[in-house]
Ligand binder design. Structure first.
Ligand SMILES: *[C@@H]1O[C@H](CO)[C@@H](O)[C@H](O)[C@H]1NC(C)=O
Ligand SMILES: *[C@@H]1O[C@H](CO)[C@@H](O)[C@H](O)[C@H]1NC(C)=O
Ligand SMILES: *[C@@H]1O[C@H](CO)[C@@H](O)[C@H](O)[C@H]1NC(C)=O
Length: 118
């Protein structure tokens, strides 16, 4: 078997201004480093971006992560409007979106409209 490890790029959108956002960043970084250390086949590269309430910024952010960093998945999002925008871009690019946006309960219409929004 090829010994080259496949790097999986993950875009993470956090709320860098809040304590919980910073804790999430640290926790994910540690988790990914330890995954890097232990996985035989894959490595995780994380790209952190600050969450934003600015719609245009959110679009630019998602597009940059998909087109430049070539992320295969995007995790995070602080608010539903942001999650919805990012998910819409992700669905066009076939990039799955995993959202922590509040509320935890997925509004039923979301799933139908944005199949990549988990
Ligand atoms: C996010 O914003 C916080 C505070 O404004 C800043 O300290 C941090 O460096 C930013 N993180 C990223 C990934 O841009
Ligand atoms: C990964 O391995 C390096 C070298 O063995 C070690 O210094 C580091 O603490 C490990 N990191 C994690 C998160 O396990
Ligand atoms: C894991 O390893 C990859 C490939 O060496 C590297 O690009 C990535 O930054 C590492 N991830 C972390 C969280 O250090």
């Amino acid at each position: 078997m090829n010994s080259d490890k496949k790097v999986i790029s993950i875009g993470v959108i956090i709320d860098g201004d809040s304590r919980i956002g910073k804790e999430q960043e640290v926790a994910m970084d540690i988790a990914a480093k330890s995954y890097n250390n232990t996985s035989k086949n894959h490595k995780l590269a994380l790209y952190f971006r600050n969450s934003t309430e600015d719609t245009l910024r959110a679009i630019a952010l998602a597009e940059e992560m998909i087109n430049v960093q070539k992320v295969q998945v995007i995790i995070g999002m602080h608010t539903w409007p942001e999650a919805a925008i990012v998910a819409e871009i992700g669905s066009k690019a076939q990039v799955p979106i995993i959202s922590f946006a509040e509320p935890i309960i997925t509004p039923p219409l979301m799933k139908a409209r944005w199949p990549f929004l988990k």
